[in-house]
Design a protein around this ligand. Structure first.
Ligand code: ADP
Length: 692
């Protein structure tokens, strides 16, 4: 029976010449144009002998030999390599050994080559070639070529690079079959190169690759994308190859970027966690959400957050995992188990096998019927103290916890600590605020009760004093009159104090309802001047009131306007020595604003006191030093009332003993919302009015 010979060469002339000669010699000849075609044909129909060229596109003779020798169906087929590079000493002795060909024939004149090949075929038949080193023939007819040697060494260098590359490289031909896979590709795909070569690339990878190849062929450029392969995330860079302007397949470089993806996912969870921590103060809910994310991200069977109590004990605040309800709220002694150790030392623990660990306590496992294998436990701590711990149990894929897990969980725990601390501070602040508010209210209640109580008997004292002064119950001696005057003055003073206190104590002063009615500011000025004139007179003070003649009527809270004026005028008289001067003037600053100033020639105000005197209980140093009575509420009230109506109050003083001028402004028409006296707005409670 005739022997079948497969001839492999990309040179058509050799293919035809050698093929014809072998055919004439009685062999059945089949032909292939490169190693890949040859391998496919051989797999379909194994020949008795393969005669192959060495340097060919797509797959060269060396690779063909390797794939043949690794394929159990084909490894027995003898190979004869016909090569033009044999004269250059290539393949080297070592490569010849590796290729495992039976004989090497130098490429030269066709007739000489055919004679050599036929001779070798016969020697193979007679089993003369089997043993010993490979046969080499025709070497004497060819000369080494420097350029070929250089090209071959460049190719070898590239081959070495590809083999050493960390990235997977896969080459495919125009029919989208795998032509070459480097060792990194073999590792990545978990299949040998021989298993992969000639296989359609679509059956190696799923859909995304053929689709990308089509896109690449259409655009003629590069494609870059990521896709999932098995459990990995691969980044693919695909470049098209051309040969004489025709598409000739392409090369894919695949990088396993699963770890980058995992890190990205972790970063995004960390981000979410941080955002969540700052977004709500519903802390129990927040901690639960964060723990859920941690457990999912880190792929663990169970996770819990334990908070440290003041006693040092730990309480399970959030528990995730099987039978969690049994643990919720459970307390752990200060140094019990891994969590206790972490909480008391503030150090994290990564434990691959807890059963061998001296600190492991079996209590929880016994309680919920679980089996802790490995654990990761980190403290939730600020610079000063440990607030609790986060503990993760058993990874679902049974791998032990590593340094990366520790770093991620520690970062989350740090954020948790900051948030936990600020939530606790916030709670404390709320509590303190509440207490302060209560104390404040109590104080105000006390002050208003006190002033109410004081006012009633005072009104009596003043009434009786007036009766005596009017001489309705008989005449008084000069001295008696003087004493009565003192009694009257002191009682007036106490009444003013009581009134100021009462106004101040109404803690809703700032929110008090404004009443609007029309009144003439000039009329109020005169009313106040009549009221205060006797006091001024007593001290021999020149007291004048000057209103711009055509001051328009204004709308506003008459009571408050009077109160402000009274406070300023009575201060002016009080802080001016005998025979001084007090002048009140009112004018329009602009068509919408009334400005009233109260000027005196009194003790003046030191620059450093100018702000303070408007604060509650703030008094000028010179007033205190001179023992001028007062509590420091009159200006506070005046300022509040002025501002409440949209005005401003200020003071000018050249300094001590150089007099002062207080000026306040008020809008001529009030700011909304206001109510007319008499209850134009039914149901609105009347504001409290303290008598002056
Ligand atoms: P009191 O008069 O009860 O001290 P006020 O709040 O009315 O409270 O005044 C606060 C302080 O402002 C006074 O103690 C005083 O030091 C200073 N002050 C107020 N009015 C004058 C003024 N006309 N001349 C000098 N100092 C003044």
């Amino acid at each position: 029976m005739s022997k079948e010979i497969l001839i492999v060469d990309n040179d058509e002339i050799i293919l035809a010449g050698v093929g014809d000669a072998l055919g004439e010699a009685g062999f059945i000849v089949s032909k292939a144009r490169n190693g890949l075609e040859a391998l496919e044909q051989a797999r379909r129909h194994p020949p008795d002998l393969i005669v192959t060229d060495l340097i060919m596109p797509v797959m060269d003779g060396r690779h063909l030999c390797r794939h043949l020798s690794q394929d159990p169906q084909l490894s027995h087929i003898p190979v004869v390599v016909v090569t033009a590079t044999i004269a250059e000493g290539l393949p080297s002795a070592h490569e010849l050994q590796e290729m495992g060909a039976k004989a090497y024939v130098a490429k030269r004149r066709m007739d000489a080559m055919v004679v050599d090949i036929l001779d070798i075929v016969q020697r193979l038949d007679r089993a003369e070639v089997d043993a010993g080193p490979p046969v080499m023939v025709g070497l004497e007819d060819v000369r080494p070529r420097v350029i070929a040697r250089e090209l071959l060494s460049i190719k070898r260098h590239l081959d070495t690079l590809l083999a050493a590359l960390g990235e997977a490289v896969i080459e495919f031909n125009e029919a989208h079959q795998v032509v070459y896979v480097n060792p990194a590709g073999v590792r990545l795909l978990g299949r040998s190169e021989t298993e992969l070569v000639t296989v359609p690339i679509a059956s190696v990878f799923g859909d995304p690759i053929p689709a990308a190849i089509r896109r690449m062929e259409q655009s003629g450029g590069r494609e870059e994308f990521e896709f999932r392969y098995g459990g990995q995330v691969l980044k693919v860079t695909m470049t098209g190859l051309t040969e004489e302007n025709r598409p000739a397949g392409g090369v894919m470089i695949l990088q396993d970027i699963s770890h980058v993806h995992q890190r990205l996912q972790e970063m995004s969870v960390l981000n979410q966690v941080t955002a969540a921590f700052t977004s709500t103060l519903d802390f129990p809910l927040l901690l639960r959400l964060v723990m859920e994310q941690v457990v999912e991200l880190m792929k663990v069977e169970a996770g819990s957050l334990l908070l440290k109590e003041e006693t040092g004990e730990l309480t399970f605040a959030v528990v995730l995992g099987q039978r969690r309800e049994l643990l919720q709220g459970l307390r752990v002694a200060a140094e019990e188990g891994i969590a206790g150790w972490v909480a008391s030392t503030g150090e994290a623990l990564v434990i691959p096998d807890v059963r061998k660990h001296p600190m492991f306590s079996t209590r929880v496992d016994a309680l919920i019927g679980s089996e802790t294998r490995s654990a990761l436990c980190v403290p939730v701590k600020t610079a000063e103290r440990v607030l609790g711990v986060i503990q993760l149990i058993n990874r679902t894929d049974r791998t032990p916890f590593g340094e990366a897990d520790l770093a991620l969980l520690s970062a989350i725990a740090n954020h948790a600590a900051t948030a936990l601390e600020s939530a606790q501070l916030h709670d404390q602040l709320l509590q303190t605020n509440q207490q302060l508010l209560e104390a404040h209210n109590q104080k105000n209640k006390f002050l208003s009760q006190l002033s109410q109580e004081v006012r009633t008997p005072l009104t009596g004292i003043l009434g009786y004093a007036e009766l005596l002064q009017d001489k309705r119950v008989g005449s008084l001696s000069g001295r008696q009159q003087q004493y009565l005057q003192n009694i009257y003055g002191s009682a007036q003073h106490i009444l003013k104090l009581a009134n100021d206190l009462l106004e101040f104590a109404q803690d809703d002063v700032g929110r008090r309802t404004l009443f609007a009615e029309e009144f003439s500011p000039l009329a109020v000025l005169e009313e106040v001047s009549a009221l205060m004139a006797p006091q001024a007179e007593n001290k021999g003070i020149t007291f004048s009131v000057q209103g711009e003649p055509r001051l328009p009527p204004m709308r506003g809270d008459l009571h408050q306007f009077r109160q402000i004026l009274l406070n300023l005028v009575s201060n002016a008289i009080k802080f001016t020595a005998d025979r001084g001067e007090v002048a009140v003037a009112a004018r329009l600053r602009d068509p919408g604003t009334l400005a009233v100033s109260v000027r005196d020639s009194g003790i003046g105000i030191r620059p450093e006191d100018r702000q303070r005197i408007f604060d509650p209980f703030g008094r000028g140093q010179n007033a205190v030093a001179r023992r001028i009575p007062g509590v420091g509420l009159g200006l506070t009230l005046a300022k509040r009332l002025v501002e409440l109506q949209g005005g401003e109050i200020s003071v000018e003083s050249e300094g001590e003993d150089r007099g002062s001028t207080f000026t306040f402004t008020l809008p001529v028409t009030p700011l909304a919302p206001v109510f007319s006296p008499g209850g134009s707005s039914p149901g609105t409670p009347s504001p409290p009015r303290a008598g002056s």
